[in-house]
Design a protein around this ligand. Structure first.
Ligand code: AMP
Length: 172
């Protein structure tokens, strides 16, 4: 087990029975490990002239903003409906029961910008696939990579992101 992985705590049956919740708060509480996490992500993109790092609500914001700072890039928020104050684009997606949606400000990017998308956990991939659809259908940008702290490989979320470069620091 890597020392980064040692700072991830698994909470059984949270928030509902059968879910093995990956709690990242011990990693965030460890200054050295949090710093290392951002440095590992930064090293992947240091020479790529990234314009914008997109964070997915809510834990994605933590990593996206720190990575954006480290790269000298901007950061932008993909949020649950009704949270963003300016005009938005919206993308709905299917859940096990019902639907959910993500939104982004309609002026989030300039044409031709190079972007990264960051979230804490790749699980089923539904949220990040909706984020990709949201961004690609409204903006002429280039997604250089989608980065995660953790990938739950047994859920095969990658198949919803076919053709896009994906990287996770920790795999389960
Ligand atoms: P998904 O759309 O299934 O890929 O997951 C959406 C979001 O739910 C992820 O970005 C995570 O923040 C969170 N999530 C899903 N499953 C887990 C898990 N087992 N542990 C921690 N967070 C999770």
């Amino acid at each position: 087990m890597s020392h980064l992985e040692q700072t991830i705590r698994t909470i059984p049956d949270f928030p509902k029975p059968g879910i093995q919740f990956k709690d990242i708060t011990p990693l965030l509480a460890d200054g050295d490990r949090f710093h290392e996490t951002i440095d590992l992500l930064k090293a992947r993109h240091i020479d790529r002239e990234i314009d914008m790092v997109v964070g997915i609500e809510a834990r994605g914001f933590i990593f996206a903003s720190a990575l954006a700072y480290a790269l000298g890039a901007g950061t932008c928020l993909v949020r649950k409906p009704g949270k963003l104050p300016h005009t938005v684009h919206r993308q709905t997606y299917e859940l096990e029961y019902g639907t959910d949606a993500v939104e982004i400000h309609s002026d989030a990017f300039q044409p031709g910008q190079k972007i990264l998308i960051v979230d804490d956990v790749l699980a089923t991939g539904g949220t990040v696939a909706a984020t990709v659809e949201l961004i690609q259908s409204h903006f002429e940008i280039e997604i250089l990579e989608i980065d995660f702290l953790i990938e739950l490989t047994f859920l095969n979320g990658r198949k919803k992101l076919a053709g896009l470069p994906i990287h996770a620091l920790i795999e389960y």
